[in-house]
Design a protein around this ligand. Sequence first.
Ligand code: ZN
Length: 506
Amino acid sequence: MPPAAVAPPMREIFEIRDADGAGRIGELTVPRADVTVETPALLPVINPHLRTVSPATLESEFGAQILITNGYILYQSEEFREEALERGLADIYEFSGAIMTDSGSFQLSEYGEISVTNAEILEFQRDIGSHIGTPIDIPTPPDVSREQAEDDLETTKSRLDAAQSVDVGDMLVNAPIQGSTYPDLRESAAEHAYGTSLDVFPVGAVVPLMNSYRYADMIDVVRAAKRGLGADAPVHLFGAGHPMMFALAVAAGCDLFDSAAYALYARDGRYLTVSGTDHLDDLDYFPCSCPVCTKYTPEFLRSVAEAEREELLARHNLYVSYQELRTIKQAIREGNLFELVERRARGHPAMVDGYRALLDHAAELEREDPVSKGTFFYLSSQSARRPEVLRYHDRLSRLSVPGDRVLFSEGGDNRRFEETWRLLPPFGPVPPALSDSYPLTTERPERLDREAYEAAAEGVSRIVEANPDIEFAIAHWGWPDSALAALPNAVETLALGPESDHPDDS
Ligand SMILES: [Zn+2]
């Protein structure tokens, strides 16, 4: 382990413009490309041997500001190696944005060994004009033994340490974060990486989790890495290219995604959407208005030659991916990223798990969440666990309460009590002065679920515990027993409704 006492360097390449939860709109400055990339950003993967959509088209038609290609494939290729060294990647790809390269770690994990050293591959990436290079880390898969995860991680850490002394010029360098599915190892790997002078932080080896729809585990891994990193660290979810999980991953704090999926899925006739993957053979209609889907029908696409079908599907897959990133950025700007994640979570059961896992980290997210945003939409029982609800409950225990007898009411007030506050599930009691402030201007369905009332009961409990000398009562419209049972014993309950003791009847 390296000494931990030195303060990490301030990273001036990444600036946060806007935030919602742990999600943010940022600007990544890439000095060697002389460009600034707006994040969240997608890096289409360019296979040097096989270009489904050309980099120039990615830039002109899709607005790509950054892409990624494999430095190790170029290094090994007799066809491309000399050309890459002579002309440089920007010239070969006819791309004026930022170009990231990876190092062969994936090949290492697939084939066990590669024929290049860490310093050699970093220098090669520098020499072919990469703007963001990658050292050779060890991508440890999920669910390995702890011993293997620890051993691999020590190697990865030593490679990152060594990368700092390679002369890379003004090329930025990735500092991959490994640690398999052990959150504490991911966190310590992130702390170590953040302590180096390296620049961008890919969370590595999560592809097997995504391929098997283990979004909850993916979120736990990402949040563990985020705990070890400063807020100024740009985070890349390495190998994540399916638009269905972009919103969830951004809300967890990821800034960069790379997509080989757009091309790989197209090759298999698969059609990406924000709620999953369809197969071209199963589609009678395209549920999309991109240029491909408005111009052609599924039937037509099935009838054309394979190469053309692949390209058209890849274009749709790219359109839907970039559209989703714009949707996410607009949601961050408006302060309703959680509402977007919740809508996306409705698209696939695995996404529900991912969203629930994210809400398990609500206390962490609350620290990064802006205090005031757009309107809080209560959309499902998960809304009751959002960071805004936690924050409000914490605030309740600090509010000063006037009087000796106080009513929290879903109906009117009652003269038996000196003071009446509105009772607003899922938040709880609302003093009149806060009624018009976020998130208490919430929009809720009339038919709330049990979790909303239970959360409101938690809010009542917080204020009751903080004010033991005051008598409290609630007036409620048919709260479920589970919520009433969660109230402190000392709280009197008055049921509202036609058959009951209306609190106005005093
Ligand atoms: Zn489309």
